[in-house]
Design a protein around this ligand. Structure first.
Ligand SMILES: [Zn+2]
Length: 122
C-alpha cells in the first residue's frame, strides 16, 4: 500500500467546507477553502481508491497545527499584557501568593499563622 498525495488550488465547484472543520479547535475556526487534496491509494502497481478533501489554509498538509498556533498566540498575548501592565501584574502575583499562604496556614495555630504570613503580633 502506498499513498500518493496531490494538491491543487481550490476552484469554485469544489465545495466550501474544509474537511477538518469538525475537528478544528472552536476558537480557531477554519478559514475559506484554498486547496483540494487528493490522496490516491495504490496497492503494488494497482490503483485502489482516491480520497478527495477540500482544505483551508490551516489544514493544508504540512501547514501549522491550529492547536500549537493557539498555545503560542495565547502565551505571547499574556506576555504582552503583563509587560504593558507590569506593576499591576506584579501586585496581582503578590496578592495571589499571600492568599495561598494564608489558606495554607488557615488551620494552623495563631502563632504559626502569624509567623508564616508576616503579620504583627496583636
Ligand atoms: Zn480547515
Amino acid at each position: 500500500m502506498s499513498t500518493q498525495i496531490e494538491i491543487r488550488e481550490w476552484q469554485p465547484g469544489d465545495g466550501l467546507a474544509c474537511s477538518w472543520a469538525n475537528r478544528a479547535p472552536s476558537r480557531i475556526p477554519c478559514g475559506p477553502p484554498v486547496a483540494v487534496q487528493v490522496n490516491r491509494v495504490h496497492s503494488g502497481t494497482q490503483f485502489e481508491k482516491a480520497y478527495r478533501r477540500v482544505v483551508c489554509a490551516l489544514h493544508l498538509p504540512g501547514s501549522v497545527q491550529p492547536g500549537e498556533v493557539m498555545v503560542d498566540a495565547e502565551k505571547a498575548a499574556r506576555e504582552r499584557l503583563a509587560v504593558a501592565h507590569w506593576d499591576e501584574y506584579q501586585a496581582l502575583i503578590a496578592e495571589e501568593i499571600s492568599r495561598r499562604v494564608e489558606e495554607a496556614y488557615s488551620f494552623a495555630s495563631e502563632e504559626l499563622r502569624r509567623i508564616a504570613t508576616g503579620q504583627e503580633a496583636s
